[in-house]
Design a protein around this ligand. Structure first.
Ligand code: XIL
Length: 334
């Protein structure tokens, strides 16, 4: 059967997944499954400031590029596209950041990080998640921005600055604002969609070099209403700003779903089917990436564990690297 990226390509779409250098090095079957199904990769840890056991930024004046370089070479050697994730985020900051970053050195810290990292991979990166998760209307600001270390250090124009610095460092990369909690029909996510559109309009009006909205799409059935019409309207509004759309971290939080595996897999496949059949109607959508490929390595085991402690089952492949109903649902949606 054609693999996921081959089916996606038939609709002019790119399919890919988040991967990790340590896993690709240690698990040959996983690496083979990644190569078989993916046209694009995104590092789960390696291009953040510091995540998991990877420290891209061990200190204010040091970079450790080894894990990210290995991944970039892996992508190049298998002719895979590579996303950069993520230059400016309030999480995955190194332990020294809190005590070493201040309003006097913050611009230089940001400039040095973006110039050093983006220039190193310039020409090898399909798209950069320049900023990640910057909107949070419930923080109460009139502009809806999340109150974060970057906002406090640099002020409200830090987002535009980050895009301009990245554009100067790699004029060929698609520049993306990546965000979560945009998928469902409730007051909070409706407010966030409105705030995101306003931010995108502001950035576009200022001529900021931004090319796409990244929708993380960590889907959580069981406590959210899915309204296809409202989601499609949001995508149309984003596209009408002249922006592309990438589904950047697709997976399904299954902690509220029944224990029974057959039941759970069927519900999860249905969630993928409903969501993708809606978003793939929007021509501005150019790529779909799942946040991982196998349940064996899903971040949700740590970040959204089930109360019955059963291993989560969000992804296209199970822990034995066997295709699941989720695989079929994603394949059918392309
Ligand atoms: C997560 C990784 O999967 C974890 O392993 C890590 O400890 C924390 O970050 N939104 C994002 C991703 O943009 O970078 C996050 O990845 C998941 C939520």
């Amino acid at each position: 059967k054609p693999s996921l990226h081959e089916r996606a390509a038939k609709k002019g779409l790119i399919y890919g997944a988040a991967v990790r250098t340590d896993i690709l090095k240690s698990d040959a079957k996983y690496a083979a499954t990644v190569i078989e199904n993916c046209r694009m990769l995104v590092p789960e840890w390696e291009m953040k400031w510091a995540a998991g056991n990877v420290k891209l930024r061990p200190s204010p004046d040091k970079f450790d590029f080894a894990p990210a370089d290995w991944l970039a070479n892996f992508a190049t050697s298998h002719d895979l596209l590579l996303r950069g994730h993520t230059l400016v985020w309030h999480r995955s900051l190194p332990s020294w950041f809190k005590e070493k970053a201040n309003s006097k050195n913050a611009v230089e810290l940001l400039k040095n990080h973006i110039n050093t990292v983006v220039k190193r991979y310039a020409g090898k990166i399909h798209s950069w998640d320049v900023v990640n998760e910057v909107m949070l209307p419930k923080d109460g600001r009139s502009d809806g921005l999340r109150i974060s270390p970057w906002l406090e250090l640099l002020g409200q124009n830090y987002i535009e600055l980050a895009f301009r610095l990245t554009s100067a460092a790699d004029p060929n990369a698609l520049l993306v604002y990546n965000e979560y909690d945009l998928d469902y029909d409730n007051r909070q996510q409706e407010a966030k969609r409105i705030a995101v559109l306003k931010l995108l309009e502001r950035l576009r009006t200022k001529g900021t070099p931004i090319h796409a909205l990244g929708i993380q799409a960590h889907l959580s059935p069981g406590d959210n209403q899915f309204n296809a019409k409202k989601l499609r309207k949001f995508l149309q509004d984003v596209a009408s700003l002249g922006l592309k759309i990438m589904i950047t971290e697709l997976d399904v939080v299954d902690k509220k779903l029944p224990f029974d595996i057959q039941t759970r897999d069927r519900i999860i496949a249905g969630v993928y089917e409903d969501y993708l059949s809606t978003v793939l109607d929007e021509r501005a959508v150019i790529a779909v990436l799942t946040w991982g490929l196998s349940d064996r390595y899903s971040w949700l085991n740590e970040f959204e564990p089930r109360s019955d402690k059963a291993p989560v089952r969000p992804l296209p492949y199970d822990t034995y690297m066997q295709r699941k109903l989720a695989w079929n649902a994603i394949a059918r949606a392309f």
